[in-house]
Design a protein around this ligand. Structure first.
Ligand SMILES: *Cc1c(COP(=O)(O)O)cnc(C)c1O
Length: 397
């Protein structure tokens, strides 16, 4: 008889053999600059906790207090009985922070893209997506019945070509949706959202930006990519983001017009059919927005450290690719070399993961570092010294 679940072990073992399985490193304790990883004290150099907010005292207090006042769970999905005053307050504060008419929170960024994208464009519509967009966008697009087009990474001329081709089909397309990441997570480059928004405007297409890595990083006080480019709010109809990165907690969100929000929460299946945030999560996110408004020093610190790190790494002879943000890939080339560098860095006390094929092209393996505002100047020095030592040993510099 055929074993109906034999594929589980077989496919897993194939991944192990190809060295493509995830070997999980375990944090015992908080995600702080120096943390306990696999039982040893290491310098965290690859978390998305850009501003160190996951351990901000006011946010921790707010979460604890919300458990006291509201409990540990919301009891339901948002539309039935799971909307609490904390959720609405968070959405009001986020909209104000973003300078938008309204905001809506989802359970995660992934749930936002998977729930909203298929509703914005469906049968008879067209979605045009940057070829390097995040996997959650790709999955959201797959869930849509719309036709799908891809443009070359950040290539506005290629996007214009796709829009012109779509126009040649009109009026067969009801709607056209352009989607791009704000900051691309593997290279740390910034999407040319100003030119994308202008093209969207000229061609009557909606523009959707996933600013997961731009929030708390770009723009005035970390308000994100729309602020970074000083764009009129109505030129980027959907500004999507997450509380799981610079905001230091968890949760997805969108900001835009009141019409967008009313549409989104009545239609997104991930929003309608999945439980809402527990009170401590909503309260911590709400306090994160407040912290960003009141403590601009975190974002300033993040950039000061980023500039220093890039400058010294380039001076040492490292190739930092196309990075323009605190995501700084250290380009290595071969997967094997990237893995060796990551292991050596770990021995030297620095935790930074290799990014290898199939996540990036075979000859574009790298160590992806992410700067953190909570690091001290001395900590960044430790990281640079480790890169210098390991880089020389492995003949990368
Ligand atoms: C991390 C990330 C997401 C997913 O956000 P979560 O809130 O962690 O689910 C979506 N898009 C991009 C570009 C991301 O980097």
């Amino acid at each position: 008889m055929r074993d109906p679940v034999g594929f589980l072990r077989q496919e897993y073992q194939e991944l192990v053999k190809a060295d493509l399985d995830w070997k999980l490193r375990v944090l015992s304790g908080p995600s702080t600059p120096w943390c306990q990883i696999d039982g040893e004290r290491k310098l965290m150099f690859c978390s998305n906790n850009y501003l160190g907010l996951s351990n901000h005292p006011r946010m921790k207090e707010a979460a604890i207090e919300a458990i006291r006042t509201h409990g540990v769970g919301s009891g339901s999905v948002r539309p039935i009985a799971g909307t609490m005053d904390l959720h609405l307050e968070l959405e009001r504060r986020l909209a104000r922070f973003k300078g938008a008419e309204a905001s809506l929170t989802y359970q995660t960024g992934f749930a936002t893209n998977a729930g909203l994208i298929p509703q914005l464009a469906g049968d008879g519509d067209l979605i045009i997506s940057d070829e390097l967009n995040h996997g959650s966008i790709i999955d959201g697009v797959r869930l849509s019945k719309a036709e799908k087009g891809v443009y070359r990474h950040s290539d506005v001329q290629d996007l214009e070509r796709a829009l012109r081709e779509a126009e040649a089909h009109r009026p067969s397309y009801r709607r056209v949706l352009i989607i791009t990441d704000g900051v691309f997570s593997m290279d740390g480059d910034i999407a040319p959202l100003d030119r994308i928004a202008a093209l969207g405007h000229d061609h009557g297409a909606m523009v959707y930006v996933d600013d997961a890595h731009g929030e708390g990083v770009l723009g005035e006080g970390g308000r994100g990519i729309v602020s970074h480019f000083h764009l009129a709010r109505d030129r980027v109809q959907v500004e999507m983001g997450t509380f799981s990165k610079a905001f230091g907690v968890v949760g997805g969100h969108i900001s835009g017009s009141r019409d967008l929000i009313d549409f989104a929460y009545n239609k997104s299946r991930t929003w309608l059919l999945s439980g809402s945030h527990p009170p401590p999560v909503a309260a911590a996110c709400l306090t994160a927005v407040d912290v960003l408004e009141k403590e601009p020093q975190h974002v300033e610190r993040l950039w000061a450290l980023t500039r220093r790190f890039k400058k010294e790494m380039v001076a040492l002879g490292f190739d930092l690719g196309k990075s323009e943000t605190p995501i700084t890939p250290v380009m290595v080339g071969e997967s094997r070399a990237a893995k060796a560098l990551s292991l050596r860095l770990f021995e030297l006390g620095v935790f930074a993961l290799p990014i290898v094929f199939p996540m990036v092209a075979k000859d574009k393996a790298r160590i992806r570092t992410i700067m953190n505002a909570a690091l001290t100047d001395a900590d960044v020095g430790v990281a640079i010294d480790a890169f210098q030592k390991a880089g020389k040993e492995l003949k990368l510099i």
